[in-house]
Design a binder for this molecule. Structure first.
Ligand code: ADP
Ligand code: MG
Length: 695
């Protein structure tokens, strides 16, 4: 149950005085939620000085101004689509006030011809003339001094919402915010000069200067810290419970692993060796393992996972590997199946798409312990799937599983160790927010023999040259991916672009161009992928649906259209589809000029490096964590108040803080502990509180 003092924060916006149904609807769209707490976390991004009162002649386009004008005449629209225009003047010149979809009677009332009014808003140039579209304020001169005095916060706005209305709603919301018992360490607060929670809230919504808008300003930093602490504390609670459960000591000599290593055509890289040593050491400990194996696409995680799973089997138990899609599960099985068999271990696939008989046989084999390693999708989580003895659960997560699912597979065994694999080389700071303080092994090198992908950045008007060059490469036996842009608002346009490109390439290379996109049925898509991998297609046009883990080593060319629209991490992932063999690979990033500074910088980073971890750090620096493309679908928490590009040090402090808190007060029952429970509820980390209870 949510603590009572928080009730006012979680009630609907419609409970605020003066906020009607229409405003609620617009506000909800703007702030991404319909509750008062959502509104309070909608922070200002700027300041307007309403006290800037130039004459009309002094007013500059694209600047805020408060003008004292005499209304000259109204120009009602001649058609519905035209705006209502009102000519105003002062001694120095003229300006036109513009209103779309406005009611004439209301306008005549607030701006009567012949009268003087004070209007405040954004001045714009309209040809030679000046205009102000929908002034933020229209007041009588006598009321101007009070209404338009000094600094006013500016919020990210949405069309159809007057700033006045938002400010009014916010004032009412802040009024509602209760004083809450302090959950922060007093020393920490003092050291940083942080205000109390309630004061911080009031302060961030009443900035007095640009400095107050900085994410490092004390009030903002405090709120950011609260959010990060809630995140870290929630993860620490789950983690602590996990650690306190008895584990099992899975020990093996490594005979099976050795047999597989002998069959491999390569030797492990130093970081693969080290990761495997870390994993098997954890497995041998009686404590429960929860380890993240992080490494770029193609860095060789699957082999490491296989060797770890063989350890479990050699110790007399079983292992399972869960992948986010059927395609990936199949691919994993193809990689490890034969190798495992060489070690005398039976493997099977379980994805929910097998024929009933095969499915039943697999389930029985797993239950009886005859199948040592089972690879599958979330079909593995079905109740009908039981293990004789599951010692190791490997989750190839590619960020698509939630925390619960990660642990659900492990709950199929007794004291099962868990290894999570992630192909997104996210920066350390983000690892901390997504997984908390868990053990990490990183594969930092590429397998030897890989050549760096020759990456070129070209404007799209050189498309024809690119097509000719592609023709040459295809003639010498190359396979190429051609990725079409993501059109943000429209999946239909997205698809249309890919279809058009497919058609034009197919005209150039008849019979050799395939197409995959998100609207295809799985079977169709698999067929198209297969035609690309095994022939006859040598070009695969794709929207960004190309699976993260798809492995077609023969593919050596990647063309990405409108590369400027993709995030760095995504471009890196896409480029990772090529450069998977000893043959030289090429990546062509086509952009449509003109492009902004940030996009230019992103493309430059890609040309300079193929180190996923470095690229991820750059991405975080360039865009901020909230904007990292793919964060939404990645399962990484999206923060409202914290910005990891700025608050990374606060995150580290919060991680330490959370650990200390639970060491001293594991059940959060002391005075500060109870305040911290409120903090968890405030940021809706209720699941962690249930864990506390259950544990
Ligand atoms: P990931 O799962 O990290 O994306 P994979 O495990 O699928 O990468 O490995 C990609 C390819 O590299 C596979 O074909 C694998 O056999 C090969 N590979 C793995 N480790 C090495 C190594 N040490 N040397 C050479 N090739 C390797
Ligand atoms: Mg893989």
């Amino acid at each position: 149950m949510r603590p009572a003092p928080l009730f006012p924060l979680f009630s609907g916006l419609e409970t605020l005085a003066g906020v009607g149904a229409a405003t609620v609807k617009t506000l909800t769209r703007l702030i991404g939620g319909g509750r008062i707490v959502d509104l309070l976390w909608h922070l200002p991004t700027g300041l307007i000085d309403r006290s800037t009162t130039p004459s009309i002649a002094e007013a500059r386009p694209h600047a805020m101004a408060t003008l004292t004008v005499r209304v000259v005449e109204h120009g009602p629209p001649r058609s519905r689509r035209q705006p209502w225009r009102i000519l105003c003047e002062d001694a120095s010149g003229e300006i036109i006030l513009v209103f779309f979809n406005a009611r004439g009677d209301w306008l005549t009332k607030v701006l009567p011809p012949g009268e003087v009014r004070v209007v405040s808003g954004m001045v714009e140039a309209y040809g030679e003339a000046l205009q102000m579209v929908h002034p933020d304020y229209i007041v009588e001169p006598a009321a101007a001094a009070e209404t338009l005095s000094g600094m006013e916060p500016v919020y990210p706005m949405t069309a159809g919402l007057a700033p006045k209305l938002l400010l009014k709603a916010l004032h009412a919301a802040i009024e509602r915010a209760p004083a809450l018992d302090e959950w922060l360490d007093p020393a920490l607060r003092q050291r940083n000069c942080w205000p109390s929670w309630r004061d911080a809230l009031a302060t961030v919504h009443a900035p007095a200067s640009e400095a107050d808008l900085a994410p490092t300003a004390p009030a903002r930093a405090r709120l950011a810290y609260d959010e990060l602490l809630a995140n870290q504390l929630a993860l620490a609670v789950v983690r602590r419970r996990w650690r306190r459960q008895p584990g099992r000591a899975t020990r093996a000599e490594g005979k099976m692993a050795k047999r597989v290593l002998e069959r491999l055509t390569f030797t492990l890289t130093v970081s693969q060796d080290q990761a495997l040593a870390e994993i098997t050491a954890d497995m041998a400990q009686p404590a429960r393992m929860l380890r993240l194996l992080q490494g770029d696409v193609g860095s060789g995680k699957t082999v490491v996972a296989l060797l770890a799973m063989l350890h479990a089997v050699e110790a007399g138990a079983q292992a399972a590997l869960m992948a986010p899609t059927e395609l990936l599960a199949r691919q994993h099985l193809a990689t490890i199946g034969k190798l495992a068999e060489a070690a005398g271990v039976r493997t099977q696939l379980l994805t929910g798409r097998e024929k009933e008989g095969a499915r039943r046989a697999t389930i029985e084999g797993v239950a009886a312990g005859e199948i040592g390693i089972v690879v599958g999708t979330h079909a593995l989580l079905q109740d009908s799937v039981t293990f004789r003895d599951l010692a190791l659960a490997v989750i190839d997560e590619q960020h698509r599983f939630g925390v619960d699912q990660r642990l659900a597979l492990a709950s199929k065994g007794e004291r099962t160790d868990v290894l999570v694999m992630s192909a997104t080389p996210i920066p350390r700071t983000l690892t901390l927010t997504a997984y908390g303080d868990l053990d990490v092994s990183r594969l930092t090198e590429k397998p030897p023999g890989r050549r760096p992908v020759d990456t070129r950045v070209l404007p799209v008007d050189r498309l024809e040259e690119v097509t000719v060059a592609l023709g040459r490469m295809l003639a010498s036996g190359a396979k190429a991916y051609w990725v079409c842009p993501l059109v943000e608002e429209s999946e239909t346009l997205d698809l249309a672009a890919a279809q058009a490109r497919h058609a034009s390439l197919a005209a150039n290379f008849p019979g050799r161009v395939g197409l995959v996109h998100g609207r295809m049925k799985t079977a169709e898509r698999d067929a198209a992928m297969r035609a690309f991998r095994d022939g006859p297609a040598s070009v695969l046009v794709a929207t960004t649906v190309i699976e993260v883990g798809v492995d077609v080593p023969a593919a050596t060319v990647m063309v990405i259209e409108h590369a400027e629209r993709f995030g760095l991490a995504q471009l890196h992932q896409l480029r990772g589809r090529v450069g998977r063999s000893a043959a030289a690979s090429t990546c062509i990033l086509l952009y449509a000029p003109p492009i902004g500074e940030a996009a230019r910088a992103r493309l430059a980073v890609l040309r300079q490096t193929d180190d996923g971890f470095r690229i991820a750090e750059e991405d975080l620096r360039l865009r901020g964590a909230g904007d990292l493309l793919g964060v939404k679908q990645s399962g990484l928490p999206a923060f409202r108040l914290a910005d990891l590009a700025v608050h990374a040090d606060l995150l580290a402090t919060a991680a330490d803080d959370a650990r200390l808190i639970l060491e001293r007060d594991p059940e959060l029952t002391a005075e500060r502990g109870r305040a911290l429970r409120t903090l968890l509820y405030l940021f809706e980390r209720d699941a962690a509180i249930r864990t506390l209870r259950a544990g």
